[in-house]
Design a protein. Structure first.
Length: 355
């Protein structure tokens, strides 16, 4: 079914307000979820809202917390999220380090004990539109096996980079796994096999069975190189935030545990006048000869920007079961025992890539 963005925003806000989230934090959380839907990343969108509500109800998220922060030196901000909503804590930290970076040239926020951040590209674009560079790192529960290994030991450990450019910033956002866990779940729901090399089953054997892969481990992208990046990001984030590591990470895929992963934001003042030069270079890349006629070269973020522009002028496709669950959470329809929508929302929300 297709729902207008304004209606999605209204219902999502009602669901969070009903769960006890104050108005301003609720709007920040909904803005992130809606932006993911607009850009064509539903695994980071509305599917996550039921889990957020469950986590609030279970006391593992404090809907009123903005976190507490103190400076460890002149440019490193240590943030205790106090179990706050991810976007709320993250945006408060970014406001602080963006201001400090104007003075020092660089500032870093090391965040622990806040909920799932969601789509990192959202933060990268926000900072880049302020005229600053952002490097963002986060870790997740162990979903990825080491290169040459058989057991999930690493998170998907995404990285995002935002750089000022015109008319829109350059934004790059990727996980270090070969594929999002959401794609594994999507294949399982449709009963389709996955390509060889994507995942291992619970016993550590290669599989093309999506249902078996859900219980196993994803492969790192690029073999040893992706594994090396995932491991480097995990230990770097942990060293700065004192968060949990590997199989000890909890709270990004469940509703029962406090979120004990870490997040790192690095904000840098760019060299004066470089936005124009970067814009010209990106346009040159886009104008370079394509490998296939009729398929022009794109730079990271172009597809999401096009999807967003198209979605703003029309309704957004939302799975009926997901929409019904949101209406239940907003108190607009009666809950039904055994409602399949709740199971779907839980399954899909856990499937989406933990940024």
């Amino acid at each position: 079914m297709e729902i207008a963005p304004a209606e999605i925003e209204r219902v999502a806000l009602a669901a969070l307000r009903r769960a006890g989230v104050p108005e301003a934090p609720a709007r920040q959380q909904v803005a992130l979820l809606l932006e993911a839907e607009l850009r064509g990343y539903p695994s980071h969108g509305l599917l996550r809202l039921p889990r957020i509500v469950e986590r609030i109800a279970n006391g593992v998220v404090d809907p009123e917390s903005r976190g507490e922060a103190h400076w460890r030196g002149g440019a490193l901000l240590a943030v205790d999220g106090r179990r706050g909503l991810g976007p709320v804590v993250a945006l408060a930290a970014l406001d602080t380090i963006c201001e400090r970076a104007r003075e020092t040239g660089l500032a870093l926020a090391a965040i622990r004990d806040c909920d799932h951040l969601g789509m990192l590209a959202w933060y990268a674009e926000e900072v880049a539109r302020r005229g600053q560079v952002l490097i963002a790192l986060t870790i997740s529960e162990a979903l990825v096996h080491p290169f040459g290994g058989r057991r999930a030991m690493l998170g998907t450990n995404p990285v995002a980079i935002g750089v000022p450019a015109e008319p829109a910033p350059f934004v790059f956002d990727m996980a270090t796994s070969i594929v999002a866990m959401g794609k594994i779940h999507d294949h399982a729901v449709r009963g389709e096999p996955i390509p060889a090399g994507w995942a291992l089953d619970a016993a550590g054997n290669p599989t093309t069975d999506a249902a078996a892969a859900k219980q196993g481990a994803l492969a790192p992208f690029g073999g040893a190189k992706g594994y090396g990046l995932a491991l480097a990001f995990e230990v770097l984030v942990a060293s700065l935030t004192a968060c949990a590591l590997g199989p000890e990470v909890r709270g990004t895929l469940d509703s029962e545990h406090p979120c004990n992963k870490g997040d790192v934001f690095i904000v840098v003042e760019p060299a004066a006048g470089m936005a124009q030069a970067i814009t010209g270079f990106l346009d040159a890349v886009r104008a370079s000869p394509p490998a296939e006629s009729g398929r022009p070269v794109r730079v990271p973020g172009d597809r999401a920007a096009a999807a967003r522009a198209a979605a703003l002028g029309r309704a957004i496709a939302v799975a009926p079961a997901v929409w019904r669950r949101l209406l239940v959470l907003a108190g607009e329809v009666r809950d039904v025992a055994g409602d399949a929508a709740q199971d779907l929302a839980r399954d899909e929300a856990g499937a989406g890539r933990a940024a």
